[in-house]
Design a protein around this ligand. Structure first.
Ligand code: NAP
Length: 302
């Protein structure tokens, strides 16, 4: 038995269009409706046949739905939920895919009183955006973290978990604040570091931009993938998860200072000890199936 029969997706970019494709593939009898604020995205969604119906207004997309998934940038989730609140059906479950959870849970509870809300975060994505970038298998074998609040009905949590399970995701439940601290270190801080390194390299005066690009295989190019991630999405992530990110950034800055000191004083043992520990982390990531085991991310070396 399917967890939901009529699913509405609001925001048809990378994640929303991937959900649409995954639903089509794994739950083909589900009736899918969709909406995006951008007319070009709506036109692309129609051309790609992502949904049975793409509505010009958010409210029109959700009227019959028993599950509404908000797939817009984190900073827009509260406003979008307020926009469609009056059109929600009786008994509907509202969820989202936002990368930060405490701020989203607060925003949704404020504008949707009495509605069954189950915030969620699929820990899967790429550096690309838009409806063309999505694919049906994006969530397969990836974690989807649900962060129910006291007001989330257990039966709604179970159905949302079953929905993500159908799309191939492994589901875990977490407290929203804990989620934000974990993701601050595993996702938000790495993005901030990549944005900084790529920004610094492009600002350097003694090394030309063409040299930075030409010799990027030395390591720089791996940061450019992360630093190419959607600017609006990431602006909202840092503004919404400010406290946890600043906390982790403080810790990171201290560790970076310790590393500078080790280099300045020629403390090779400290450097080797750290680099040995970090190599073991990489092994664990691969062993747990979180990345390709092939060297150099599986790039071909003709
Ligand atoms: P995306 O490709 O940029 O798609 C977001 C879509 O939402 C865009 O088409 C955007 O339209 C539309 N939108 C913005 N404001 C809207 C509004 N008020 N009403 C309706 N549509 C609106 O971004 P994404 O990567 O799919 O990210 C969507 C959500 O998934 C974010 O909350 C993000 O934190 C979360 N997430 C992303 C990843 C990832 O790796 N990308 C992973 C996990 C979770 P325009 O921009 O054209 O105006």
């Amino acid at each position: 038995m399917l967890p939901f029969a009529r699913v509405a997706i609001v925001g048809l970019g990378l994640i929303g269009s991937s959900v649409a494709r995954a639903v089509r593939q794994t739950m083909p009898t589900v009736r899918l409706t969709g909406h995006d604020a951008d007319p070009d995205v709506r036109a692309a969604a129609v051309a790609l046949e992502l949904c049975d119906d793409v509505a010009d207004q958010a409210g029109a997309a959700v009227t019959d739905a028993d599950l509404v998934i908000l797939c817009v940038p984190v900073g827009a989730i509260g406003a979008v939920a307020a926009e469609l609140a009056a059109d929600l059906a009786e008994g509907v479950v509202v969820t989202d895919v936002g990368s930060c959870k405490a701020s989203v849970a607060r925003a949704l509870a404020e504008v949707l009183p009495g509605v069954a809300i189950v915030p969620a975060h699929p820990v899967a994505g790429t550096e690309r955006s838009g409806p063309e970038a999505g694919f049906a298998t994006l969530f397969q074998g990836r974690w989807c973290i649900l962060t129910p609040t006291e007001g989330s009905p257990p039966e709604a949590v179970e159905r949302v978990a079953a929905f993500w399970g159908r799309m191939g995701a492994e589901v875990e439940l977490m407290d929203p604040d804990h989620h934000d601290r974990v993701l601050a270190v595993t996702s938000h801080l790495p993005h901030l570091i990549a944005y900084t390194i790529v920004g610094t390299a492009s600002d350097l005066e003694e090394v030309t931009r063409s040299e930075v690009i030409k010799y990027s295989a030395g390591g720089f190019r791996d940061f450019t993938r992360i630093a190419a991630s959607d600017p609006v999405m990431w602006r909202d992530v840092f503004l919404s998860n400010r406290e946890a990110v600043l906390d982790m950034l403080g810790r990171f800055s201290e560790d970076l200072s310790a590393l500078s000191r080790a280099i300045r004083w020629g403390d090779g043992d400290a450097l080797e000890e750290l680099f040995t520990r970090t190599r073991a982390i990489r092994r664990a990531v691969v062993e747990q199936g979180q990345d390709d085991a092939r060297e150099d991310f599986g790039r071909s070396h003709p």
